[in-house]
Design a protein around this ligand. Sequence first.
Ligand code: PMP
Length: 406
Amino acid sequence: MVNELENLLSNNIKGMKRSAIREILKLTQRPEIISFAGGLPDPTLFPTEELAEVSSEVLKTEGALALQYGTTEGDALLRKLLVERYQKQGINIEEKNLIITTASQQGLDLTAKVFINPGDTIICGLPSYLGALSAFLSYGANLEGIELDQYGMRSDLLEEKVVELANKGIHPKFIYTIPDFQNPTGITMPEWRRLEIIAVAEKYNLIILEDCPYRDVRFEGAAQKTMLELDKSQRIIHLGTFSKVFVPGFRIGWAIASEEILDKIVVAKQATDLCTPAFVQRISARFIEKGLFDKNLSVIINAYKAKQQHFIKCLKEYMPSEVSWINPEGGLFIFLTLPEFIDTTELFQTAIEEKVAYVPGSTFYYNGEGRNTMRLNFSFMSLEKNEEGIKRLATAIKKEIAAKTK
Ligand code: PMP
């Protein structure tokens, strides 16, 4: 065994904590527990049969390419097909603007690697996706949170914060935002708010990291334009992923940016993993080409829409009147707000006794706020399990409210 390992560790890793979600997920692996904690897609919707066929075809007909090292930028066919999908939406990008990443978590990590020196400031929403915050913190970032309202990150508070930082001689490296069905709140920014955020970024020369894993999981309402499309000054790094709209196990995502920024991301990726696995990239490309991707996507959207509607119906039926929630038009999560006097981290123990789990909202607030909130996932389990889980959670919440108000 290595003596005094602690002394050998980098400052970066010493400062990193294990993800609270990962730790909670471990607890929730007990079979009797119904867990709303993870952000997992429904595995019964994975197109395994079609993928078996396409994989075998790829191996037989283009195995030499699919099993070889690939380029750092990614499979040429997959990049072309992805670029075409954006172009069809009227987004003016070319292949030189897109790199395949090992899912969007790598996009977050590479962006952090390219821009963050220890002590640099990153602006994020309050709350925000924990995995992104962990990626930024791992490079020594300071986080500055901006409150959300029902339209997402508040642009007035953003500008105030940027001015406040500028007065201290601090120029944030980028603004991190999830404009569509934000994780954890489910909030979607309307176009006017996106334009306001972009205007602030332009005025103060800031980059925006636009993270869009849930964008295509929309059940109702019209899609909002991406910030990538709305921006006119090449200051957006846009991240996409197959994780929620195809299969997370392939670990395929992509980053879109100006050539200048993308070039730096390519260099960073070379040092990280050389390339994203070529085999799964080629299978994905052929899957899209055959029209199977879009077919599968509509199956996923319909299934999640039914689950979400049922989930909300059950919340209305079983939750005490003190509990409220945001009703998103898509995504995988429902964000609950409990009375101020309830701490969902304390409640977690009672919930586990009732055999149900969730993610305490404070996990997503780097400053420890949001103690009376929680995030629930509705995509992973069956309708029956979701209903039973909500009943159990309602029981735990009622017990906690009774204990705190007696
Ligand atoms: N960004 C957000 C907002 C997420 O919620 C997630 C995963 N839940 C990711 C990025 C990472 O996803 P992946 O690496 O699977 O693409």
